[in-house]
Every structure is written in structure tokens, then in C-alpha cells.
Write a protein that binds this ligand. Structure first.
Ligand SMILES: NC(=O)c1ccc[n+]([C@@H]2O[C@H](COP(=O)([O-])OP(=O)(O)OC[C@H]3O[C@@H](n4cnc5c(N)ncnc54)[C@H](O)[C@@H]3O)[C@@H](O)[C@H]2O)c1
Length: 283
């Protein structure tokens, strides 16, 4: 048990699973009291029992402003204030490309991944403004920095990175910091849910992705929810009190450059083209 968040109250959206759950556990370990806002009520109630007196659960759909407002109030009601907001709830969103985009899928993805964090900043920010400051952390993604991870998802996550900068600029006067975290591939149920599995099956299959995920980046291991929780801990704590408007990439090195730079079995595109163009050897 550490004390890096001693005396702080945090609100974590999507705190019942994956990155949010690991962050809830890490924050509690470091002395915070945490409101978990999610839509998985049974898991939320179990978290309340597991961390009796340190975790409160509130049912919250982050696309609904009234639900976010209620979650912020719950923090004040149960724990007397709010110092940290982790805007983290999310899912994979529509897989459609631009030419096939259905506007409902686009709207649902943007509402969850971009409107949700904005509403969180609005309501938590007002409380923090009145209380002398706070730290807001937004889960973005490497999908907000490079193509290849879904159109609507990538646009929403790029929006989250920029939202973090703009909100940081606006709220610094009130001693409120706003930063984003860009996870790479982190082994959580999000992939199963995106593939259409029900929650229970997605929860079960998350661990089975570990082996494949260990080969996706220069670091030869799978990204774990605790890797992101540790970054969130830094932003939540006073150790980062002069850090705002940033986005921290936590991806095991995926974004360093092309695969051939770190995987000796992979060819650079030019190397592959030269092999293809070379005249066949005469016998
Ligand atoms: N896992 C990855 O590889 C990865 C990479 C980059 C970014 N992210 C982001 O990390 C965040 C957390 O994802 P995860 O991988 O832990 O997934 P997860 O599925 O394990 O957890 C997401 C949580 O969000 C909740 N949620 C979904 N919609 C909600 C809503 N409308 N209101 C409230 N809660 C809702 C779910 O119930 C779930 O508990 C997401 O924003 C995701 O986009 C994940």
C-alpha cells in the first residue's frame, strides 16, 4: 500500500474492466477513494464490496450528460469532493470506412469516445474549479496518431488528444491539469466486444490474446492494463503537477517506425521490392 494518492478522490469511467479496472485497483492501492462509473452494474457492486469504503459505484452511460453529472455528484456525496477524473470508458466503435460509413455508427462512436470525455471535463472541471484544482486524464490511443485502427475510432481519439490540449489551456488558470494517455495494444476485453462477442465471452478470451500481442511491438511482451494504470497514476499524483496538455504514448514502441526496424524477420518495403524485381537466377 502506497500513499501517492493519499487523500485524493478520483472518478474513473469504464472502471469495471480492462484499463479502468486496473487503474481503480492501482489508485486504491495508493490511497485514493474512487468512484467507478460504468454500465456493468454487477461488476460495479462487486468492486464496492471488494474495496469497502474506498470504492463507490454509480451506473453511468458517459454519452448522457445527466449520468456524468450524477457520477460527479456521487464523488462529492460519498467522498467529499473530486480531485481526479479519468475519462476512460470506451469501445472499438464502428469498423466502417469513409465510403461505407453509416451515420448512426459514426455518431455513436464519436458520442462515446469524444463527447463523453468533453462532458466529463465540463462537470468535473466545474467542481475542481470551485475546489482549487485537479487532474483530468483522458484515454486516447495510438489510433489518434496513426492510420490503421478504424476511421471513426481514430478520429475520436485524435479529437481526445486535441481536446486535452485545449482544455489544458482553458483550465490551467484554475490549477486544473488535463493530459491524455495513448495506449498501444493492451490485452483487455475490448477486442472481443468489438468482434461481436458478449461481455462474458470477451472477458474470458482477453487473456488468450497475450501471446499474439507480445509480437506486435518492439517490446517483446503484451501490453497490460497495469501499464496504462501506472501512467494514469503519474498524471493523477502531484508528481506531475507541472505537466499539462501532453499525451503520453504507452505502446511498447509500436510507433517507433516500420516493423523492419525492430523485427529482423520483416522486410522493409524497398527491400521487398528489390527482391521482387531481381531477375531470377539461371540454373
Ligand atoms: N485495449 C487497448 O488496446 C486500447 C488501446 C488504446 C486505447 N484504448 C482505450 O482504453 C479505454 C478502455 O478500454 P479497455 O481496453 O479497458 O476496454 P474494456 O472493454 O475492458 O473496458 C471498457 C469499459 O468501458 C465501459 N463502457 C463502455 N461504454 C460505456 C458507456 N457508454 N458508459 C460508461 N461506460 C462504458 C465498459 O462497460 C467497460 O467496463 C477505451 O477508451 C479504449 O478506447 C484501449
Amino acid at each position: 500500500m502506497g500513499e501517492r494518492l493519499k487523500g485524493k478522490v478520483a472518478l474513473i469511467t469504464g472502471g469495471c474492466s480492462g484499463i479502468g479496472l486496473a487503474t481503480t485497483e492501482r489508485f486504491v492501492e495508493e490511497g485514493a477513494r474512487v468512484v467507478v462509473a460504468d454500465m456493468q452494474d454487477e461488476k460495479g457492486r462487486m468492486l464496492e464490496q471488494r474495496f469497502d469504503g474506498q470504492v463507490a459505484y454509480g451506473h453511468c452511460d458517459v454519452t448522457l450528460e445527466a449520468d456524468i453529472e450524477a457520477a460527479v455528484h456521487l464523488a462529492a456525496e460519498r467522498f467529499g469532493g473530486l480531485n481526479v477524473l479519468f475519462n476512460n470508458a470506451g469501445s472499438g466503435g464502428t469498423p466502417a470506412g469513409a465510403l461505407d460509413m453509416q451515420i448512426d455508427g459514426w455518431d455513436a462512436t464519436l458520442n462515446l469516445l469524444l463527447r463523453g470525455p468533453m462532458l466529463g471535463i465540463k462537470h468535473a472541471g466545474r467542481v475542481m474549479q470551485a475546489n482549487g484544482g485537479g487532474s483530468i486524464i483522458n484515454t486516447a490511443s495510438i489510433a489518434g496518431l496513426e492510420a490503421g485502427w478504424g476511421l471513426a475510432y481514430g478520429v475520436a481519439k485524435a479529437g481526445v488528444i486535441h481536446l486535452s490540449k485545449l482544455a489544458a489551456a482553458e483550465l490551467a488558470a484554475y490549477n486544473i491539469r488535463v493530459n491524455a494517455i495513448c495506449p498501444g495494444v493492451i490485452v483487455t476485453p475490448i477486442f472481443g466486444v468489438s468482434a461481436g462477442l458478449d461481455r462474458a465471452s470477451a472477458d474470458q478470451m482477453a487473456g488468450s490474446l497475450t501471446d499474439a500481442a507480445s509480437r506486435m511491438q518492439p517490446m517483446r511482451r503484451a501490453g497490460q492494463p497495469t501499464d496504462i494504470a501506472n501512467a494514469a497514476l503519474y498524471f493523477a499524483s502531484d508528481e506531475s503537477s507541472f505537466v499539462t496538455g501532453t499525451h503520453q504514448i504507452v505502446d511498447g514502441g509500436i510507433l517507433v517506425g516500420q516493423r523492419a526496424s525492430w523485427d529482423e524477420t520483416a522486410l522493409t518495403p524497398i527491400h521487398a521490392a528489390m527482391i521482387e524485381a531481381a531477375p531470377e537466377e539461371q540454373p
